[in-house]
Design a binder for this molecule. Sequence first.
Ligand SMILES: Cc1ncc(COP(=O)(O)O)c(C=O)c1O
Length: 383
Amino acid sequence: MIHFSSKLNNSTPSIFSIMSEMAREYNAINLGQGFPNFDCSLQLKQLVAKYLNKGMNQYCPMPGLFNLRNNIAQKITTLYKVEYNPESEITITAGATQALFTAITAFVNPGDEVIVFEPAYDSYIPSIKFAGAKPVPICLKAPDYNIDWNNFADQINEKTRMVIINTPQNPIGTIMANSDMSILAKILANKNIILLSDEVYEHLIYDDQKHHSALSYPSLRDKTIAVYSFGKTFHNTGWKIGYCVANKKLMNEFRNIHQWNVYCVNSFLQYALAEYMQDEESYTNLNSFYQEKRDYFNNLMKGSALNIIPAQGTYFQLLDYSQISNLNDLEFANWLCQKHGVASIPLSPFYTNGSNDKVVRLCFAKTKKTLEAAAAKLAAIKK
Ligand SMILES: Cc1ncc(COP(=O)(O)O)c(C=O)c1O
């Protein structure tokens, strides 16, 4: 009989598996899944085939293909007006999740504290616990999810090793304003605290608002590790490829861990992405592409008893059901799926304290046909 102790006690199946399973069982329209139900670009797939057939099938350099890193560096300079050295300050990762896990593992030690804003993307807290550290959640509340920066400053002490931010934010679809980022920079100034900035939705931001990358704040430069995901930008989440950006000192340590848990990421995708992203429109048009979907769906929902809180960024937005039901969000999501055929994601599993604001998350990265079918079902629900 083999005995072992789990490093992540009490890990339960994720809410995504639970809701996707339920969607299948009840044949529901799945707006819970956080990924597009349409394909990525044909041109990008052809580039992948080209490099696969050309034989780009062996290991590439540990930090990733230089051309890809170089193109990323140029993109960062164009968008965020800051220079990062592709040789020493950018690393290609197996999706943003690996970048997040590697960064936390590299810099966080047992006994440290890591501040996380909740509701939080679900990989942060297990990664912090895996590193033997203590997550310190700061609870953001509906409907506006504003950050109380005085409360944030009060949570910092000599054990605080890292702060994780996510803008635009999954699951709530909010963004950090320039004023938020400036206050954050001020609070962290002269503190030995790393800022892990999850910016995977950098290009999904609406209503002419701007993404304020942590990379563009000079006083944050020595402490920021920023992570990105090609999967979110190019509609191919299954490829699991992303990248991490940090100054040389932090990146050296990041690569120290990266080389032992991945070494390098698959090579032919890197060749294809390097060529594809040379066309800036491959990512600069994303805002209007997704804003059109958001607006299309929200127009269909006008007059419904269910209230949409429109997304400022990401491809998620919240459905406020407080007008029609007293159920908690888990019960409501079950009811919505089983009785009305639309799968959503409740928000309470994204909070350590199970906070329940009578909202569920919907993903609008879906075809018009899917959005129409879901809106028809949702709009039919009466008070
Ligand atoms: C906020 C956030 N960070 C990171 C990730 C993971 O990205 P990837 O699929 O590139 O690992 C996701 C995926 O849903 C996400 O929503």
